[in-house]
Design a protein. Structure first.
Length: 349
C-alpha cells in the first residue's frame, strides 16, 4: 500500500498556554503569530488566528480566572491551517445562544468575544456546562471547513507535556492511503522529558513508515526500532474508510475505546514496553458502531471517564470531546495525550 498523506503533530507546531493572569492573553496571541508564520499563513488568516486566540484567552481570564488555550497547526506541515482549543473550569454559560450574539457580556466588556470567534473561524464548536466550564474549538482553514479533517476522518487531539517540561513524552501520528484506510499510532515514551519524547517520536515515525502493514506487524517493527531508546507504550489502530471496523494492537498502557452515547467497549492491549519487552503481540478486530467515537489516550489521563455523563458531548467536534476529557480527567503529574476520531461520513450536518 502506498501512503499518500502522512499527518502528525510536530513538536514545534503545537503549544499550550496556561491562562492564569490577564497578561497571558498576550502570550497566547504571540504564540498564534509564531505558528501562523511557521506554516506560511496568509496575512489575513494569520490575523484571524491571532484574534481568535486572543479572544479565547481573554474570555478565560475574565470569566473563568484559569484555563488553557491549545494552539496547533493542522495537516502535514500545517498546510490545512491552524486550530485553537480553549479549555476552562469556569462557571459555564447559562444562555449559549445569547452569548454567541455580539453585544452580550457579563463582564462589562463590549461582548464581542464568542461572536467574533464564531464569525472569524472557518469552523467553530463549543460545549458548556453550568458549574463545570466551557471547551471550544475554532479553526482557520483556508481550504474550507473540512480542510482540517484527515480525508474520511475527523480528528481531535490534546497533547500537553508534564508541568515544568518543554518536550512532551506522548506523541501520535495518522497516515491515510489513497483508499481512505488509516493507521493511527499513539505512543507514550517511558518517563518524561526529552528522552521520552525521542522514543515516542521514533515510535510514531516508524508506524507511519510501515503503515501499509497490519497493526500487529507495525507493533513488532516499532518494538525492534526502539531497542536503543527508553521504550514506549504503543497502540496502533487500523481504520477502514467507511468507519465500519477497527483492527487494533497494543503494548502497554495506552487506553483505547469505542464510545457511543449508550456504551463503551475497551480495545485489548498486552502488557509490555515497545523496545524492551513484548512477550505477546496480537491484533483484534472490532465492529465500529454507527454512533461511536474512537478515543485513545495515554496514562496521563485517568481511565475513569464516562462520556454518558456529558449530555450531547458525543456529537460535538472531536477536539471539543478531547478537550473536555483532558480538562476533567488529566492526572496533572505526567504528559497527557487524548485523541478522538469520528468517521467523516457520520459528522453532523
Amino acid at each position: 500500500m502506498e501512503v499518500s498523506v502522512p499527518v502528525h503533530l510536530a513538536h514545534e507546531s503545537g503549544v499550550a498556554v496556561v491562562i492564569d493572569d490577564p497578561s497571558k492573553v498576550g502570550e497566547a496571541r504571540r504564540s498564534a503569530n509564531t505558528i501562523a508564520a511557521a506554516i506560511g499563513m496568509s496575512e489575513t488568516d494569520a490575523g484571524k488566528f491571532a484574534i481568535v486566540a486572543s479572544e479565547a484567552a481573554t474570555n478565560i481570564a475574565k470569566h473563568a480566572t484559569r484555563g488553557q488555550v491549545m494552539l496547533r497547526s493542522l495537516g502535514a506541515d500545517g498546510v490545512d491551517g491552524a486550530e485553537v482549543v480553549a479549555i476552562d473550569h469556569g462557571p459555564g454559560i447559562p444562555d449559549l445562544d445569547r452569548a454567541l450574539s455580539d453585544g452580550y457580556s457579563t463582564a462589562g466588556s463590549s461582548g464581542t468575544g464568542l461572536g467574533a470567534m464564531s464569525r472569524l473561524a472557518t469552523s467553530f464548536d463549543i460545549y458548556t456546562s453550568v458549574g463545570s466550564g466551557t471547551v471550544l474549538v475554532a479553526r482557520i482553514t483556508p481550504g474550507g471547513p473540512r480542510a482540517g479533517s484527515l480525508h474520511q476522518f475527523d480528528v481531535g487531539v490534546i497533547r500537553v507535556p508534564k508541568h515544568g517540561e518543554v518536550a512532551c513524552g506522548d506523541d501520535w501520528a495518522m497516515a491515510v492511503d489513497d483508499r481512505g484506510r488509516a493507521i493511527v499510532a499513539v505512543a507514550d515514551g517511558l518517563g518524561h522529558g526529552q528522552p521520552a519524547a525521542e522514543a515516542s517520536r521514533r515510535a510514531v515515525n516508524v508506524a507511519v513508515d510501515r503503515s501499509g502493514d497490519q497493526p500487529a506487524m507495525i507493533v513488532a517493527q516499532v518494538h525492534a526500532a526502539l531497542r536503543s531508546t527508553r521504550g514506549a507504550a504503543l497502540a496502533i489502530a487500523e481504520l477502514e474508510p467507511t468507519g465500519a471496523s477497527v483492527r487494533y494492537a497494543g503494548l502497554g498502557n495506552i487506553s483505547a475505546s469505542l464510545v457511543s452515547p449508550r456504551e463503551s467497549k475497551s480495545l485489548m492491549s498486552y502488557n509490555g514496553i515497545a523496545g524492551h519487552e513484548a512477550r505477546k503481540i496480537q491484533e483484534f478486530a472490532y465492529d465500529w458502531p454507527a454512533d461511536a467515537l474512537l478515543v485513545m489516550h495515554s496514562d496521563g489521563l485517568s481511565g475513569r471517564w464516562d462520556l454518558a455523563r456529558y449530555p450531547g458531548l458525543a456529537f460535538r467536534d472531536p477536539s471539543v470531546v478531547a478537550g473536555v476529557l483532558y480538562r476533567d480527567f488529566s492526572r496533572g503529574r505526567d504528559d497527557a495525550l487524548v485523541l478522538v476520531v469520528r468517521p467523516a461520513a457520520r459528522r453532523a450536518a
